[in-house]
Write a protein that binds this ligand. Structure first.
Ligand code: PAF
Length: 283
């Protein structure tokens, strides 16, 4: 397909009708738009592995808390569409809020214990909103595979568990985090950072690397890793720690001793911007 073939659909009915006519495998890349190279990595992976790729762009109000940044979340649909066209994406699903949540909408997915820790504890109701919209997107698009960035590792774990528990019959594919050359994990929210905050935000990656280096040298006490991350973050005046964690990757239970498939993660405020990042401790 060349760029001009990208088709934009804004209703569930139109999306379903198009999907019904697609033969072969379909990859879905759910996004909230304001696309960056992290999203493009998901798109490329989906295009490699599927006959068709559908990208959804929807800033989902139900995953934002009342004091969070739903209203000011960055949006640039024209730029997004031009990036996706260049990338050769077949279809873009861009529904409105009332299309996904019509008047009277009253059914939500309640993810279990995996959604209670870390991001779930810091952002009550967040994963309920994520799981609900993702399930609805899955129901409309009926993908063979869906692609999510590993930067939101807990989101991946919640969606994998939902797919398993509710027998959704599709593959959930995590894609490694894409970083700026200086190490900052790509995120649509990076646009909120001014240059000195961007510099300050590098403490996230520094602290994850420090934990990984300690682990690589043989340190297995999880609290030592958490403490080393805290020390680095606390030395950055613009940073305020929300949590640091060294947990088992599948359940996100905090560990005393690092085991295979452990994950270190953190949420840190840089000024008024909340950033998250993580790294897997894998041989
Ligand atoms: O990761 C995101 O951008 C969102 O949480 C998602 C998966 C598109 C659901 O709104």
């Amino acid at each position: 397909m060349d760029q001009s073939d990208t088709l934009v659909l804004d209703t569930g009915a139109a999306m379903r009708a198009v999907r019904a006519g697609l033969a072969g495998t379909v990859g879905l890349v759910p996004t909230m738009g304001y696309l960056h190279q992290g999203h493009m990595a998901l798109v490329r992976r989906s295009r490699e592995e599927n006959d068709h790729t559908i990208v959804s762009i929807f800033v989902n109000p139900t995953q934002f808390g009342p004091q969070e940044d739903f209203q000011r979340y960055p949006r640039d649909p024209e730029r997004d569409l031009s990036l996706l066209k260049k990338e050769g994406v077949d279809f873009v699903f861009m529904p409105s809020v009332p299309e996904i949540y019509p008047a009277g909408f009253d059914t939500y997915v309640a993810p279990g214990s995996i959604a209670e820790r870390l991001e779930g504890a810091a952002r009550p109701g967040h994963f309920r909103g994520v799981a609900t919209v993702v399930l609805k997107l899955f129901n409309i698009v009926q993908p063979t595979r869906a692609y999510f960035g590993q930067k939101d590792a807990q989101q991946v774990a919640v969606i994998k568990k939902m797919a398993l528990d509710l027998a959704l019959g599709l593959e959930i594919t995590p894609v490694p985090t894409v970083r700026e050359p200086d190490g900052l994990a790509m995120s649509s929210r990076n646009v909120y950072l001014n240059p000195s905050e961007h510099q300050a935000a590098l403490c996230l990656w520094r602290s994850l690397r420090a934990a990984r280096d300690l682990w690589a040298k043989g340190e297995r006490r999880a609290e030592t890793l958490r403490q080393s991350m805290r020390t680095i973050l606390e030395s950055e005046p613009l940073a305020r720690i929300e949590y640091v964690s060294a947990a088992y990757g599948e359940t996100l239970q905090e560990l005393e001793e690092i085991q295979p498939a452990a994950q270190v993660s953190l949420a840190v405020w840089i000024g008024k911007t909340r950033l998250i990042d993580n790294i897997e401790l894998r041989v």
